[in-house]
Design a binder for this molecule. Structure first.
Ligand SMILES: N[C@@H](CCC(=O)N[C@@H](CS)C(=O)NCC(=O)O)C(=O)O
Length: 209
């Protein structure tokens, strides 16, 4: 039994896509972050951090995208969403995913939720100004990773790193913090991932485009 907690437009889309790619059977619960569902007692029992995604499994709850992505890849090995038999390759993928979670996502949050990191309008302004600069640096590094002509983040094979990067490729333009066209290989990756049936299914389930 799996139950997935997500919000429309949130980073939880990455794990939602992975569950679809895996062909998993799961229930969903949608949270409205603007309405504050994530801070209501019922959800805080699931994730005391008050964040999505969260995945309820028969052994307990998992949180944090890189962890849920790795769990889905390992739990549904037939879907081949990671190099499950090669610890180094799996680690290299997780290294990329943790970079997305701890640097790329955080740079977006400096723009959208500066109050998480410091108080006062001056601090918020400084963080908002820095966000596109940091993201240009990070997206430049990711563009370099595609320099050898690989279609996917880890090479020739699609892994759970791809839907995770896809989330931030979308956010870059949604939040007005950069242009995908400045990164041609990342733009091509976005289009390749967007065309996958599982990606379309997750977006449709979330009522997104
Ligand atoms: N490190 C977490 C970040 C989760 C996170 O920040 N989720 C956001 C949505 S993108 C959220 O739930 N925000 C609600 C809030 O801050 O109140 C992960 O990678 O899963």
């Amino acid at each position: 039994m799996l139950k997935f907690y997500y919000a429309k437009g949130a980073c939880s889309l990455a794990s939602h896509i992975a569950l679809e790619e895996a062909g998993a059977t799961y229930e969903v619960e949608r949270l409205d972050l603007k309405a504050g569902d994530q801070r209501k007692p019922a959800f805080l029992k699931i994730n005391p951090k008050g964040r999505v995604p969260a995945l309820l499994t028969d052994k307990g709850v998992l949180t944090e995208n890189p962890v849920i992505l790795g769990y889905v890849a390992q739990t549904f090995p037939d879907a081949k969403l990671a190099e499950n038999d090669d610890s180094f390759a799996f680690g290299a993928m997780q290294s990329f995913n943790v970079f997305l979670a701890t640097s790329v996502h955080v740079a977006f949050a400096h723009n959208s939720r500066p109050e998480r990191y410091a108080d006062g309008e001056e601090a918020a302004k400084a963080m908002r100004a820095k966000a596109p600069v940091a993201l240009a640096d990070y997206f430049g590094l990711i563009e370099d990773q595609f320099a050898d002509g690989r279609p996917f983040v880890m090479g020739d094979r699609y892994t759970v790193a791809d839907p995770y990067l896809f989330v931030f490729e979308r956010w870059l333009e949604r939040d007005g913090l950069g242009q995908r066209s400045d990164y041609p290989k990342i733009a091509a990756h976005h289009d390749l991932v967007a065309a996958r049936p599982a990606v379309k299914a997750a977006l449709a389930a979330e009522g997104d485009r």
